[in-house]
Write a protein that binds this ligand. Structure first.
Ligand SMILES: [Zn+2]
Length: 323
């Protein structure tokens, strides 16, 4: 393995064939990369921990960094297990220094806050070199979700590529939606870079089922892009696809907000189908009797649910999708 000290940038095309480890940093922010350099071909970038309390991506990518040594490789594969180190080491969604959500900070600013600088570094030094991109997320510590993959609707040719990439993660359902600003995927969109995200179960842990599903998805994706020749991956399973033009539908932080501070007691489970008006749970204020019943805003399936019982007014409690 080629180990080297931190640099501001790495030109993937100039690396010799083989496995490399690098660190990129600038103005007090940085991250570690594992790079497999093969012949000409796609440049596939994957990262975990855009949010610091999501552990499935880091776990998967660390496993690959330890064990994956392909006999032959077309193109270049770049894995960044932990993109947002400040948030990761704090065990929080966002970096404590500025409390800015990295998934709202793109394209970032070279002289902004720590998170804005990180977004700028990743966008200009990594996404700028990619031909395909996968951002591995999860529900984090405070939520549980029904794992899915998704992407921003783009022009038809690029969209077909994204749909093909998402279909590789065939253990998950797929959510295609319109552009929302600030995300890693928004930065990819603006660069005409085919990009998908994956959302794993969360709960602050790593479910072995999700890890297996991600691993299978990544094998499929590498074969699909022609990076590796693989015979051992089975046929893709059909995937539920939900396409929406409603920008709010997959905006997870806005649905069923807690009406006040208190204790949330859910009365449903992730994956359940509910009708409009169904009781999803109750929020009990501390220090007084009673509480507020949370009712389903629409008919649908519970795809994300708050599991952290302490809630502040405005915290999202539940997301429903029509799948
Ligand atoms: Zn996330």
């Amino acid at each position: 393995m080629d180990l080297s000290s931190s640099t501001f940038s790495v030109d993937f095309k100039r690396l010799s064939p083989g496995f490399h480890q690098r660190r990129i940093s600038a103005r007090g922010v940085g991250f570690d990369l594992f790079i497999w350099r093969g012949g000409d071909g796609p440049v596939l970038v994957l990262n975990g921990a855009t949010h610091g309390d999501e552990y499935e991506g880091p776990t998967l990518l660390r496993q690959w960094a330890e064990h994956w040594r392909p006999k032959s490789l077309c193109g270049t594969v770049v894995m960044i297990p932990v993109l947002n180190e400040a948030a990761y080491y704090a065990g929080l969604r966002s970096a404590p220094a500025d409390d800015v959500n990295l998934a709202r900070a793109f394209p970032g600013k070279p002289r902004g806050s720590v998170t804005q600088r990180l977004a700028h570094l990743f966008d200009t030094q990594i996404l700028a070199q990619a031909t395909h991109y996968v951002d591995l997320h999860s529900a984090g510590r405070a939520y549980e979700l029904l794992p899915w993959t998704g992407f921003i609707t783009h022009e038809p040719t690029l969209n077909r590529t994204q749909r093909t990439m998402a279909a590789c993660f065939d253990a998950f359902w797929c959510w295609e939606g319109p552009y929302l600003s600030g995300r890693t995927l928004s930065a990819a969109y603006n660069r005409n870079l085919p990009a998908i995200y994956v959302e794993c179960r969360g709960t602050g842990d790593v479910d072995p089922r999700d890890l297996r599903a991600l691993d299978r998805g990544l094998h499929h994706l590498l074969a699909e892009l022609g990076c590796v020749r693989s015979k051992r991956i089975a046929k893709l399973r059909p995937q539920i696809l939900r396409t929406t033009r409603d920008a709010d539908e997959a905006h997870l932080q806005i649905h069923h907000p807690a009406p006040h501070d208190g204790l949330f007691v859910p009365s449903v489970k992730v994956g359940a189908h509910v009708r409009r008006g169904a009781k999803l749970g109750r929020v009990h204020p501390l220090g007084k009797r009673g509480g507020s019943t949370i009712q389903a805003e629409r008919k649908g399936r519970i795809v994300m649910l708050r599991i952290q019982r302490s809630v502040r007014a405005g915290d999202a409690l539940c997301t429903l999708a029509p799948i």
